[in-house]
Design a protein around this ligand. Sequence first.
Ligand code: CS2
Ligand code: MG
Length: 401
Amino acid sequence: MKDMTIRAARVVVCAPGRNFVTLVIETEGGLTGIGDATVNGRETGVVAHLQHEVIPSLIGRDAGRIEDTWQYFYRGAYWRGGPVALAAIGAVDVALWDIKAKAAGMPLYQLLGGASRERMLCYPHARGHDIEALCDDVARLCEKGFRAIRLHCDVPGEPQHPFIPPLPHGVAALPAEITRDPDAYTRFAPRMLAAVRARFGEELHLLHDIHNRVTPIQAARIARETEPLNLFWLEDPVPMENPEVLRLIRRASTTPLAVGEVLNTIHDCRRMMEEQLIDYIRVTPVHAGGITQVRRIADLAALYQIRTAFHGAPDMSPVNFGAALHLGRALPNFGIQEYAGHAPEAGEVFHAAWRYADGGMTTGEAPGHGVTLDEAAAARFPYNPSFLPVVRLADGTLWHY
Ligand code: CS2
Ligand code: MG
């Protein structure tokens, strides 16, 4: 067995289309593993944490001791939880699983118990300024073979999301501010979803992300009104601070619910699973402490017949996809994988063995998680500060994004 002592670790920040933070770990025996540490709009916070507090403790550790390393950075830190810390732990964890699988000469899913399936059902995003444009986009995605599609349509009368162009380098970026109207959205969303169902028939899986933009009782109303449409799910009907609110929505409707892309620990997920308040859990390795913890969350979910739906917006780097897909391939309770795609430049920086094909995704058979980083290419796309928008109601009240 090659020497598994961690010799070096470094952080690579690049923006091929958007910002990604990648941790690279090297062993004395010559193996390299990488993990995604991107937190959208908080990139430099994770970089500082990795560089100052994590990497110094990594050097000299045995790369094979994945569990102990996880406990060291989580339990050993006293300050537990939060997206910055868990993204750093997640990056370390995924890089170490990458190394272990390479040391074993196996694709990662084999170390995780072997394949439970060959292909993971996935869903992309369809968007439109109005229902007609949205339907055109859905038709385009159906042509590509997708069998599950997330629907997003601008609400008539609501100011449109401005696209936030990245600022020239050296200029301090600030979040854009946008206005939302929860009442108009509550009236419009069921109508929009019904129109797509009517046009595309009952077999296409339709998903919708409420994105916390309504009150709990409005979310319950949307879930009840859309029940006859047999949606695959409604996502994030309410913010995650008090998941007990999901009880209200559950009582109103049998529309399946998906939550959890902002959750970081198994403790955040536990009660809503035990109470059977959700159907899909959206945690993903980068934001929930890597393979080690997400596997535990998935196992807990399985006790309640809750399935996985790993977050796969474009701010999850191709490296996170590698980790998520290998895990999804092995888990008994995989549900669906979000796949909103990446900018073409991302393919110059990250070389991935995973693929999209015919409505699903495959891991490939490369040893490790199958994603590598071309650091010379990464240097051609320097970090570019950008943020998610801040949302207000028309009267100026600050609201949820
Ligand atoms: C969304 C994301 O993909 C999703 O379900 O909720 O687009 C989310 O807004 C971003 O990942 C935030 O960084
Ligand atoms: Mg979401």
